[in-house]
Design a protein around this ligand. Structure first.
Ligand SMILES: Cc1cc2nc3c(=O)[nH]c(=O)nc-3n(C[C@H](O)[C@H](O)[C@H](O)COP(=O)(O)OP(=O)(O)OC[C@H]3O[C@@H](n4cnc5c(N)ncnc54)[C@H](O)[C@@H]3O)c2cc1C
Length: 500
């Protein structure tokens, strides 16, 4: 952990932790005020100044906690830059034209340090460091301009817009309070599966402003080209290139399904694979093979699988077309999104509790199934930070296509590695059956990075000794990865190209 990371942690815990602590603080202050008034000897009123000070303090805390929960302060705190007063080089454009002007103007002022865009700030939080150079905030640059979405529009707003037309994106990143610009600039993805709808294209084109040396060019690029540009910008800073997403256009023909199309969930357990017949029985591998076939089926519209230190199996969820018309369990219902998230994600790392598999069978509309994350409260981000959990994602190509046997092999190894490194991970694969490329999203403590990369190389035996990192999460340097594991860091576009 670097000095920058420590400073970010301290800042975030202090500012955002105070937003949490304000609530019990208000309760205590109100209680003390009431005590001052009621518990007065001789029936004399309390000193009004005493009570006034307590009430003023409670009001100040209430003001702080309410104001800080608005969108702008949240973005600024996540990016580690709140309150950001007295920064003449901060820009808050509201249109694409203003955004372009702001980038060019700030670059002209300081060509050595091109400006950095801050979308919704989640990527900075995950990297535990703020933006460098002048800052262009896009969270006020949202909404549609002609047919294109401005880059600061949140996924939640986009989803809401299409819901009114009974349309849903085929999938989107599970955190829907991220900006459209960062979604595609960083190659974010959701729980997409392997059905013919699920593997369709979502982004039609991104309009980018690309800085190359001293010049800017504006062009329309595909998702793959955008990933390549952004990767190169970061990997080779000496080339002095930067890519700014000005707007995005979604593919109206392939990127959407009817919002109200019914899907049905299934929960599966996948255990390790063993060649020994007895061990197969013991590890549940026979059942696992059956479970994997559900998870891997070409009817899987959405799917995700969790592993973690608290479980000796992979816990997968998969949404297919309805397989039991008579099912009366309808999601989401009160607390179901939160319950599902906690059981799959948090409880994979700690406790391991969950409902029986048979409970994971609810019918749900496609658009609702995309909405995976419950509301995140300040206490959750502060707790993750204080406990030292870091989130990074590796994209790798397996030595074999991800069929039932390969998934059992991967599951067995993932169960093993979590016993060593703790934490939890998510396995996702959004591709037609037969693909070798998988996403492994890790939340572990920082001392364990090396073990994970060694594991990818020697146990998982990733193809071509290559690994890519999700660019919107915590980053490891190519040198560290090479030193730890002899794996070569490549761009996500290079690994995904193998799958195309
Ligand atoms: C709880 C949680 C759940 C998550 N779930 C998922 C998931 O399911 N799938 C997934 O893929 N990711 C997931 N993420 C990661 C998250 O989606 C990424 O970090 C995302 O990139 C953050 O978007 P943002 O708008 O907050 O970007 P920011 O943090 O503001 O920016 C991140 C990076 O993108 C750059 N950037 C922002 N806007 C632009 C633009 N217009 N043009 C060029 N560059 C830009 C910034 O300069 C910065 O380098 C999750 C994160 C959290 C915290």
């Amino acid at each position: 952990m670097t000095g920058n990371h420590c400073a970010f942690n301290f800042y975030f815990a202090l500012i955002w932790g105070a937003v949490d602590l304000a609530v019990p603080g208000i309760v205590v202050l109100l209680y003390l005020s009431v005590r001052r008034i009621v518990d007065n000897p001789d029936g004399v009123w309390a000193d009004p100044w005493d009570v006034a000070i307590l009430l003023a303090a409670a009001a100040a805390l209430l003001f702080y906690t309410v104001v800080m929960r608005r969108h702008t302060p949240r973005v600024l705190v996540r990016a580690g830059v709140w309150p950001g007063w007295c920064r003449p080089d901060d820009r808050y454009p509201t249109t694409v034209e203003e955004l372009e002007e702001a980038i060019k103007e700030l670059h002209a002022k300081n060509p050595e340090q091109p400006p950095t865009i801050v979308g919704a700030g989640w990527g900075f939080f995950l990297q535990r460091k703020g933006p460098t150079g002048a800052r262009v905030f896009t969270h006020k640059c949202g909404g549609l301009e002609d047919d294109a979405w401005r880059p600061g529009t949140t996924i939640a707003s986009i989803a809401k817009h299409y819901k009114k037309q009974n349309l849903s994106l085929i999938s989107h990143p599970t955190m829907d309070y991220i900006s459209a610009g960062a979604w595609f600039a960083n190659g974010n993805h959701g729980n997409g599966g392997s059905s013919k709808e699920a593997v369709n294209k979502i982004l039609k084109t991104a309009k980018v402003l690309r800085l190359k040396g001293a010049n800017f060019e504006k062009k329309d690029v595909t998702a793959e080209e955008l990933l390549e540009y952004v990767y190169e910008d970061r990997r080779y800073p000496d080339r002095n290139t930067r890519t700014y997403v000005l707007s995005i256009t979604l593919d109206a023909t392939s990127g959407f399904v009817p919002y109200g199309r019914w899907l049905q969930k299934r929960g599966v357990e996948v255990r390790g694979f063993s060649n020994d017949a007895d061990a197969k029985e013991k590890t549940g591998c026979l059942e696992s093979l059956q479970a994997t076939s559900h998870w891997l089926s070409d009817g899987a519209h959405l799917r995700v699988m969790f592993f973690g230190a608290a479980r000796n199996y992979g816990f997968g969820l998969v949404w297919t077309d309805v397989y039991n018309e008579a099912e009366t369990h309808i999601d989401p219902h009160f607390g179901s999104t939160f319950g599902q998230y906690v059981q799959t994600d948090n409880c994979s790392a700690v406790g391991g509790c969950r409902e029986p598999l048979r409970c994971f069978r609810g019918k749900i509309k496609w658009g609702d199934a995309n909405h995976w994350m419950p509301q995140l409260y300040p206490i959750e981000t502060v707790a993750a930070l204080v406990l030292g959990y870091i989130n990074f994602e590796t994209i790798v190509e397996l030595p074999n296509p991800l069929n039932a046997a390969e998934l059992c092999r991967v599951a067995g190894l993932m169960i093993e590695i979590h016993k060593k490194v703790g934490g939890r991970s998510e396995l996702r694969q959004n591709a037609r059956p037969g693909s070798r490329v998988i996403y492994l999203d890790w939340a572990i403590r920082s001392g364990m990075y090396e073990e994970v990369f060694k594991f990818l190389k020697s146990k998982l035996q990733v193809a071509n000794n290559r690994v890519a990192l999700h660019m919107g999460k915590h980053q490891h340097s190519a040198e560290d990865i090479q030193k730890w594991s002899k794996l070569t860091l490549v761009g996500m576009h290079e690994i995904l190209a193998r799958d195309a």
